[in-house]
Ligand binder design. Structure first.
Ligand SMILES: [Mg+2]
Length: 165
């Protein structure tokens, strides 16, 4: 994702180039430069727990959110929260929370499917809880391996569906 560095109200902010229009004075960083800076930023800041501090600047956050509607900001904020939870409670506790949320989702689906009680809102709520914890798991475990297993499973399922045609 290309980035525009822009000064707004005296503050220097980085904005997603796709979500903003070019303005005079912008410094444009292409994908390669952004990738290089992100990697350096990750190494220097994320693992030292400093990312949270950088995002705790409410004025800067407000300027960015007003200037673009970029879902990556939300994602970064979520990741900070998940990392904080892992650090505070530990990996096993977070896995235990996932167990509980899975159980709640099973119950919600069971009520709807087996007991024929309209429980759609509750199912969606529990899906969101499980989804949130799965994001945490992707920070505990190797997310690339998880993605590879997911691709494998989807390919197997695709073949199965084709065998039915
Ligand atoms: Mg729940």
């Amino acid at each position: 994702m290309a980035i525009r560095i822009r000064v707004i109200n005296g503050r220097t902010v980085a904005l997603c180039a796709n979500k903003t229009k070019e303005m005079p004075g912008d410094l444009y960083l292409d994908d390669n430069v952004h990738h290089a800076l992100s990697t350096k930023f990750g190494l220097d800041w994320v693992w030292e727990g400093l990312l949270e501090k950088s995002l705790a600047d409410p004025e800067l956050k407000a300027i960015i959110l007003e200037s673009e509607t970029d879902p990556c900001i939300v994602k970064i904020n979520d990741e900070v929260i998940h990392r904080k939870a892992i650090k505070h409670f530990g990996k096993n506790t977070q896995m235990g929370v996932l167990q509980e949320e899975c159980a709640e989702l099973i119950q919600a689906i069971s009520k709807h499917v087996n007991r024929k009680i309209d429980n759609v809102e509750n199912i969606m709520e529990e899906i969101a809880h499980v989804d949130m914890l799965l994001d945490t798991m992707k920070l505990i475990f190797d997310k690339n391996k998880i993605e590879a297993y997911k691709r494998e499973a989807i390919e197997r399922f695709k073949s199965f569906l084709e065998s039915l045609e």
